[in-house]
Write a protein that binds this ligand. Structure first.
Ligand code: ATP
Ligand code: MG
Length: 308
């Protein structure tokens, strides 16, 4: 589904949650919508679906979301950031959504099970009595079961445990098909394999609109930890910008662009003395003190020293 916004604003009283956005998203594009808390990500997803009022013009596949909201809704699947507080039982929620979407309940059951939620066991509970992670699993299963042409996932993994997060990424890769995907996330490093494009919002305005690789290349960092069996490498490691951490470990941060070259250099120079090499991509921390802290969180003073 193609998305076109022209001069879109959304005000809550005096606050402009969205401020004159003009934007085009090609059909089939997989977009990460990123930005700090309060930057307008969820509001953008809601105006796109026509579920809150707005100024300006929004078209999905050329159709006006205000006038054709009901018919456009058939092609949409949505996981909200905050689950609705439904009093209906889990079974009732599943049955009614499956009836509206014309899909079998078994499909939802299978997807939920893969995420670690047993709908059979939870069936009689009121939906609102599920834990945050269980609600999110059910909403994800309900969104991914039908074929949609626009999939809007608003921080869908925020309450999921690590195992369910992993399954979620597999399911999106399997099921998104040719759908346009809009994924709000604070973990771009984690979702980058699912997306080809980034839209960054700041204060309700577009701060970035371009390929994910360019965004990460310019802004993201990795921490490289090196463990060596021989103290003789210490001067060379220091020259390369490494600092000692706990035990025999050495660490430094590098930009995304320099990461591979440094890993190659380490394996070439340290050869058989290299006991272990750990490369951790950092979420986008642009504050250098936060980067140093991430390299050796247990080590007092790393903030002041700063890692290169
Ligand atoms: N219903 C509402 N009434 C009043 N203000 C609102 C409402 N919904 C959102 N806002 C305000 O609009 C701004 C954008 O909110 P939004 O929820 O879109 O941010 P977000 O980027 O999704 O943030 P987060 O990362 O915390 O989810 C915020 O200042 C928020 O307080
Ligand atoms: Mg939000």
């Amino acid at each position: 589904m193609r998305i076109d916004l022209h001069g879109v604003s959304k005000r809550f009283g005096r606050l402009a949650a969205l401020d004159d956005l003009t934007l085009a998203i090609e059909p089939g594009r997989r977009v990460a919508l990123i930005g700090p808390n309060g930057s307008g990500k969820s509001t953008l997803t809601r105006v796109l679906m026509g579920i809150v009022s707005f100024e300006g013009d929004i078209r999905l596949d050329g159709r006006d979301v205000r006038r054709e909201r009901a018919s456009l809704a058939r092609g949409l699947a949505y996981v909200p950031q905050v689950a609705p507080q439904l009093g209906a039982s889990v079974d009732e929620v599943v049955r009614s959504i499956c009836a509206i979407r014309r899909i079998g309940t078994d499909e939802v059951r299978v997807l939920a099970e893969r995420l670690g939620l047993d709908i059979g066991a939870a069936g009689r509970k009121p939906f609102r009595a599920l834990s945050g992670g269980m609600k999110q699993k059910l909403l994800i299963a309900l969104a991914l079961a039908p074929e949609a042409s626009l999939l809007i996932l608003d921080e869908p993994t925020a309450s999921l445990d690590a195992a369910a997060r992993q399954v979620f990424y597999e399911l999106v890769a399997e099921r998104a098909g040719h759908a346009t995907l809009l994924l709000c996330s604070h973990r771009l490093e984690e979702v980058r394999h699912l997306v080809d494009h980034v839209i960054g919002l700041h204060g309700g305005r577009i701060a970035y609109d371009g390929p994910v690789g360019d965004y990460l290349g310019a802004r993201s960092h990795a921490v490289i930890e090196v463990y060596v069996s021989c103290a003789g490498h210490e001067p060379w490691l220091r020259d390369c910008g490494f600092r000692p951490g706990a035990g025999r470990g050495w660490a430094r941060t590098v930009s995304h662009g320099d990461k591979l070259a440094l890993v190659r250099q380490l394996t070439t120079v340290l050869k058989g003395d290299l006991e272990n090499l750990v490369v951790r991509d950092l979420d986008l921390v642009e504050d250098p003190a936060a980067i140093a802290e991430a390299a050796w969180p247990d080590r007092p003073g790393c903030k002041q020293e700063g890692l290169a």
